[in-house]
Write a protein that binds this ligand. Structure first.
Ligand code: MF3
Ligand code: CO
Ligand code: CO
Length: 260
């Protein structure tokens, strides 16, 4: 599949979809508390996306996924299925939201702390976010995908964390997952060159321990092999001639400035 370059009309729809996905993360924040189940978080998000936003939760029935959002707790790396398990003090949880509005997808995720995180979990979560921000900051037409991956890898490995290899960011638009694949490790100057009008996600999964993962019997939930914790943050990005636009920026975030 060739990489699609979005027209101005499509970009406007991507902005709307991205903003709606970001709004779901803002809305859910006060509900992420100890004692609540991930299944209840899913219900709240479903209601909000369908009734308030008049949008579609993209994960629901996507390749058989049974819920509207992904909730990945502690050593779960990604694609956790919301269910009956209650959140407890000290948990870290990634909530991953993808909405479809007017035919276009917006995809974003963030980490939440349940109560007070341990210092090592807090450092992991902050380093993963900083890795994502640094990677976004270098984006403009003409750089290579390998520049993005290597920026994340260099930063997080300097903190002795590891980068998950089996899952990656992706082109996004009319389809949930389009070309290119955006891996979170690599070599500068290698891979596809970015062109203005590309839209893709960056969504590094970073582990406290070893990078190795395994898939649970539910065929969705990815966990670390060593059962140490993992963090992930995701934004949907538009490439422009001179830089980038973060289509899923939340109001609780500092804007991401272009690298000087
Ligand atoms: N939102 C995830 C991503 O960032 C994909 C979830 S697929 C699902 O690409 F089926 F698990 F929802
Ligand atoms: Co994604
Ligand atoms: Co996502």
């Amino acid at each position: 599949m060739a990489i699609s370059i979005k027209t101005d009309e499509e970009i406007e729809k991507m902005r709307v979809a991205g903003h709606l996905a970001a709004e779901v993360l803002e809305m859910i924040k006060p509900h992420v508390k100890q004692g609540i189940t991930t299944g209840f978080l899913d219900e709240i998000c479903y209601e909000y996306i369908v009734n308030k936003q008049q949008a579609i939760p993209a994960p629901l029935n996507y390749k058989g996924f049974p819920k509207s959002i992904c909730t990945s707790v502690n050593h779960q790396v990604c694609h956790g299925i919301p269910g009956k398990k209650k959140l407890k003090n000290g948990d870290i949880i990634n909530i991953d939201i993808t909405v479809i509005k007017d035919g276009y997808h917006g995809d974003t995720s963030k980490m939440f702390y349940v109560g007070t995180p341990s210092p090592h979990d807090k450092r992991l979560v902050e380093a993963t976010y900083e890795g994502l921000r640094r990677a976004i900051s270098i984006i403009k037409a003409g750089i290579h995908l390998g520049d993005i991956g290597s920026t994340i890898q260099k930063y997080v490995e300097s903190k002795n964390y590891s980068v998950v290899r089996e899952y990656c960011g992706h082109g996004i638009g009319v389809n949930f997952h389009e070309d290119p694949q955006v891996v979170h490790y690599g070599t500068p100057g290698t891979g596809e060159k970015l062109v203005a009008g590309m839209t893709f996600t960056i969504e590094p999964m970073i582990n406290l321990g070893k990078r190795n993962i395994k898939l649970l019997g539910d065929e969705w939930t990815v966990v670390t092999k060593d059962h140490k914790n993992s963090a992930q943050w995701e934004h949907t990005i538009l490439v422009t001639e001179s830089g980038f636009e973060v289509l899923t920026l939340r109001s609780d975030e500092e804007p991401i400035l272009p690298a000087g």
